[in-house]
Design a protein around this ligand. Structure first.
Ligand SMILES: *Cc1c(COP(=O)(O)O)cnc(C)c1O
Length: 452
């Protein structure tokens, strides 16, 4: 040990508490038990007692969850599918699982090529920058205050490739791309890549127009559909690959409602070699075949249930937006019908800002997150004025538009009426406890209101 002070990026108090727990445990077996206990606490609280409105998370079906713990997840299978492509023998069933996954993803996204080996959408974006950009290349991406994501900015995969990043111009009022400005800027910059990655996403983007502008100099268009992947598969959003995007990346664990990980899809055979070379051997070796199996089943669920499930998600977010507005909580995009995705964005500046509000709501067992919204300044980064909500989980629990008023009411009681979080929490628990079945999958089928 040297005498430099220990530096942690994590909250030092929480790490100190973990050390104290381990010290008190005495035996290694008890240390392991402490981990199991913490998982159990989360399962009971977030899994059974909370209304989870986090936009980037989705509950998985019982089969998907079971597959994540399956034996196949202990097997090693690096490389591409097939006998000569792999280093290891004994992979014939793994080849079956992986090829089923690839073909199911192609069906779900109606595309020619898909890859299943990405540990996250971040890795998918890394594969994009690795394969299609060189250091010094110019790219245009969406800035965070308008909904962009770090993976396409200097702090993320894009930055590690040494590219020069320019902002896609947005209209802060409509939350849409300012096409005239985009055309002007793009002509000047001539970006090699344009990447739209929206973590705050309420409406489709002009993919057709943007991609046709940059084709003039051979620019490639990448739709980072981390959030929208399920909506795209379920025909409830634009279809970026049909509209001119060269590549679609997506998170499997957001609207797609599969195991947390990534997916990448494309149509042009010229992209196959660069993209798959970036995946293996650059970014993935063993790639969690249990997760691949779970992803394959999630894709099949999406093919069977996706259209109706995703349509209900969108209907629910529109209903939630209206119900919040009716209760005095300002919501973005009221004049555009609140949302055409799973998200609703509230401006909670008057209630103490996103950070404060999200934590107050969590005390009432309503889980949301703080979010930057247009108008927030760089110094507002940690304490932005927005609150982001998503309707994936409440929809999969079988709730319909008419139930969104119940949820908005819980939020309004905490925010607008200033009721104590402990009294609201009791009612949230009572509301959630009977709702423990996830629908829109082969285990549990349709929710009752749809099947009857
Ligand atoms: C969530 C998100 C990612 C990262 O996805 P992971 O699956 O969590 O790695 C990338 N891009 C955008 C736009 C996102 O919202």
């Amino acid at each position: 040990m040297n005498n430099k002070e220990q530096f942690e990026v994590h909250d030092p108090a929480i790490l100190a508490n973990a050390r104290a727990v381990l010290d008190a445990a005495g035996t290694h077996a008890q240390m392991a038990q402490e981990v199991v206990n913490a998982v159990k606490r989360n399962e009971e609280w977030r899994g059974e007692d909370c209304i989870n409105l986090l936009a980037p998370e989705a509950p998985t079906s019982p089969t998907v969850r079971r597959l994540l713990a399956s034996e196949i997840g202990t097997r090693a299978a690096e490389g591409h599918i097939g006998r000569v492509n792999r280093w290891f023998a004994g992979t014939q069933y793994i080849d079956e699982v992986e090829s089923l996954c690839v073909e199911l993803l192609k069906k779900a996204f109606r595309c020619n090529y898909a890859d299943h080996r990405l540990m996250g959408s971040m890795i998918g974006n890394m594969a994009v920058y690795h394969s299609l950009a060189q250091p010094g290349d110019r790219v245009m991406t969406a800035a965070q205050p308008i909904g962009g994501h770090s993976s396409n900015r200097y702090g993320g995969p894009a930055g590690t490739r040494g590219v020069e990043i320019f902002d896609i111009p947005f209209d802060p009022e409509t939350l849409d791309v300012d096409l005239d400005k985009f055309e002007e800027e793009a002509q000047r910059i001539q970006p090699k890549l344009v990447v739209t990655g929206m973590s705050m996403t309420l409406f489709p983007l002009p993919v057709r127009e943007m991609s046709s502008i940059i084709k003039a100099w051979g620019g490639r268009f990448v739709f980072d559909g981390a959030h929208q992947a399920g909506l795209i598969a379920g025909h409830q959003f634009q279809d970026p690959l049909k509209e001119g995007a060269d590549i679609l990346t997506g998170s499997a664990g957001k609207t797609f409602s599969g195991p947390q990980s990534g997916m990448i899809m494309w149509n042009d055979p010229e992209l196959t070699q660069p993209i798959t070379n970036a995946i293996f051997p650059v970014l993935a070796a063993t790639h969690q075949v249990n997760r691949v199996a779970a992803l394959a089943v999630a894709a099949a669920e999406m093919l069977e249930y996706g259209d109706v499930y995703m349509e209900q998600i969108v209907k629910n977010s529109q209903a939630l937006g209206k119900a919040l507005e009716d209760r005095g909580i300002p919501v973005l995009a009221t004049n555009r019908g609140y949302s055409q995705t799973h998200q609703v964005i509230a401006d909670v500046g008057e209630f103490g800002g996103g950070l404060e509000v999200a934590h107050r709501l969590a005390e009432a067992n309503v889980i949301t997150n703080k979010n930057l919204i247009p108008g927030d300044k760089p110094e507002d980064w940690d304490r932005p004025s927005g609150l982001r909500m998503g309707t994936i989980e409440v929809t999969r629990l079988g709730l319909m538009e008419n139930h969104m008023a119940d949820i908005a009411e819980f939020l309004a009681r905490v925010l607008a009426n200033g009721e104590s979080t402990s009294s609201v929490r009791k009612d949230v628990e009572a509301y959630r406890r009977p709702l423990q079945t996830f629908y829109y999958n082969f285990d549990n089928g349709w929710p009752q209101s749809i099947s009857s």
